[in-house]
Design a protein around this ligand. Structure first.
Ligand SMILES: NC(=O)c1ccc[n+]([C@@H]2O[C@H](COP(=O)([O-])OP(=O)(O)OC[C@H]3O[C@@H](n4cnc5c(N)ncnc54)[C@H](OP(=O)(O)O)[C@@H]3O)[C@@H](O)[C@H]2O)c1
Length: 294
């Protein structure tokens, strides 16, 4: 199986690239602005860019689309840019997938729900409450409609290893390791099921291997709010200096509305792969902060 991953310099894509290669899949991953050793250039917004990797000649069986404008508040005030980076990029990749006869994998989010009664199963009714969320839903529905046998993996609060260490958990770890004082103002009423990008990659590999299709919810074994998530990470750094201010979402006054009780019930995936063990923040932190040798 040949796989092209658009956005393999990012968190989810880089973990997929690494895992798929380790599993022996012929996999090419792309970067856009952050070049890495093992990626090629590809701009999903300019399919005819002269420097684009030649996807058609590579002729992948699968295209994994990991690109999007993920800054939810920025999307709220930059609707056109959000549309282009999330919806238009998907329209463009669908065209490429059709030319290659490739299946697509789209990475979506629990933000397609309104957060009134999560955690959610795949068949729960969607009701996006922000610009980012509306665009993610539009893109996932388009992929499912246009590309036969496509997959949508909905994920949330993704953490894990990535070169830039820009995810929420990685930034806390980085500041703690560098002995920087942290000031965190975080909502105590936004719940989700954080997922390690490595688990997403492992789950995606199995779903592709077994020719699965449709929507799958993927999440770790935690169900936490943002304050609990930060405290869980900080607990691995007993000397960390920090000020944590728990605040309600209402008082945060973020530009984009957030689903409060989000996250996933991943019973569908677990019923098909009962032996698949998802990690959580504790298992990840134990890898990041190994016990000192005696
Ligand atoms: N992270 C989360 O918590 C989370 C939660 C729910 C859903 N998701 C979804 O998961 C997917 C992956 O997210 P992520 O966290 O891995 O994001 P990320 O780390 O920001 O990675 C995004 C990737 O897209 C690439 N990209 C950006 N603009 C591009 C363009 N015009 N053409 C081609 N590639 C472009 C980036 O390349 P450069 O960096 O090289 O510019 C990067 O490799 C996204 O669709 C996101 O909506 C993420």
């Amino acid at each position: 199986m040949k796989v092209f991953i658009s956005g393999a310099s990012g968190l989810v894509g880089s973990n997929c690239l690494k895992h798929f290669k380790e599993q022996g899949l012929e996999t090419i991953g792309s970067y856009y602005s952050f070049e890495t050793d093992d990626t090629v250039f590809y701009d999903t917004l300019m399919p005819d860019h002269p420097f684009n990797f030649d996807v058609a000649t590579f002729a992948p069986d699968v295209i994994v689309h990991c690109g999007a404008l993920t800054h939810v508040d920025y999307c709220e005030t930059h609707e056109q840019e959000s549309y282009e980076k999330t919806v238009q990029s998907t329209i463009n990749l669908i065209k490429v997938a059709k030319e290659c006869g490739a299946k697509m994998v789209y990475i979506s989010t629990d933000y397609v729900f309104d957060g009134k009664n999560g955690p959610y199963k795949e068949d729960a009714s969607v009701n996006p409450i922000s610009v980012y969320a509306r665009h993610k839903l539009e893109a996932e529905q388009m992929v499912l409609r246009e590309i036969p046998h496509s997959l949508v993996l909905r994920v949330t609060n993704v953490y894990g290893n990535e070169l830039r260490g820009k995810n929420f958990v990685a930034r806390i770890i980085d500041q703690c390791k560098n002995h920087q004082k942290l000031t965190l103002k975080l909502p105590y009423d936004q719940y989700a099921s954080p997922a390690n990008a490595w688990d997403i990659a492992r789950a995606m590999y199995l779903l592709l291997r077994d020719h699965k299709e449709g929507i799958y919810h993927i999440g770790g074994t935690d169900f936490l709010n943002r304050v609990e998530l930060a405290l869980r990470v900080l607990s691995y750094f007993p000397d960390a200096e920090y000020e944590l201010i728990p605040i309600s979402t209402e008082d945060m006054k973020q530009p984009a509305a957030r689903p409060l009780i989000g996250g996933f019930v991943k019973a569908k995936f677990s019923s098909e792969y009962p032996e698949f063990l998802f990690g959580n923040i504790d298992s990840y932190m134990k890898e990041q902060t190994p016990a000192p040798s005696r």
